[in-house]
Design a protein around this ligand. Structure first.
Ligand code: NAG
Ligand code: CU
Length: 170
C-alpha cells in the first residue's frame, strides 16, 4: 500500500515538475515558413521572438545553397567567416541548435557573401524563469481548450501532491 502511495506521489511530483517545462520549450524555425535564405531580414524576425533557455533554433534551407556557422559577436558584425570547409559549419539543411544557456549567440550563412547580404541572425537568450512576469511572455490566458486542460492538470497535480503529503504526515 505504501508503495502505491509512493508511486502516486512520484507521478504527481513529476507532473508538477514537467508540465511547465513542456509548455515552455519552443522550437523556433528561423525565418518561420520562409526558412534560412537570402533576401530575408532576420534582425526584424528575431525582434519579434523571445528566445528562452531550453528553446531550440531550427535552420531550414537547401543544403546545396546555404549552411549555418556560429560566430563571435565581433566576427558576426564584420562577417568574418571561419575558414572554408570548416568542420564548424552546420550543413544538413535542417540544423537544430539548442539554446542551452542565457546570453547572446550569433549565426550566419557561411556561403559566399551571403552574410554580407544579411543572411545572419543575432539571438538573445533569456533565462526561462527570469521573465515569467513580463507581459510579452506571459502565457496566454487559458482561453484555448488546451491551455485550460493544462492549467487544470497542473492544479490537479498540485492538489494530489498536497493531499498525499497530508496523508503521509498525519
Ligand atoms: C531589418 O530590420 C531592422 C529592424 O526592423 C531594420 O532596422 C533594418 O534596417 C532592416 N534591414 C534591412 C536590410 O532592411
Ligand atoms: Cu547562404
Amino acid at each position: 500500500m505504501a508503495s502505491k502511495q509512493t508511486l502516486v506521489l512520484v507521478a504527481a511530483a513529476l507532473a508538477v515538475a514537467f508540465l511547465p517545462a513542456l509548455a515552455a520549450a519552443t522550437e523556433h524555425w528561423v525565418g518561420d515558413d520562409q526558412g534560412w535564405k537570402l533576401g530575408f531580414n532576420y534582425s526584424a524576425w528575431a525582434e519579434t521572438k523571445e528566445f528562452k533557455v531550453g528553446d531550440a533554433l531550427v535552420f531550414k534551407y537547401m543544403e546545396s545553397k546555404h549552411n549555418v556557422v556560429e560566430l563571435s559577436g565581433a566576427d558576426f558584425a564584420a562577417c568574418n567567416l571561419p575558414a572554408p570547409a570548416s568542420a564548424k559549419a552546420l550543413t544538413t539543411g535542417q540544423d537544430q541548435v539548442t539554446l542551452d544557456e542565457a546570453g547572446r549567440r550569433w549565426f550566419a550563412c557561411g556561403v559566399g557573401t551571403h552574410c554580407q547580404q544579411g543572411m545572419k541572425v543575432k539571438i538573445n537568450i533569456v533565462a526561462a524563469t527570469e521573465d515569467a512576469g513580463a507581459p510579452s511572455v506571459a502565457p496566454p490566458p487559458p482561453s484555448s481548450p488546451a491551455a485550460k486542460v493544462q492549467a487544470c492538470l497542473a492544479q490537479a497535480a498540485v492538489t494530489v501532491t498536497a493531499v498525499i503529503a497530508a496523508v503521509f504526515v498525519f
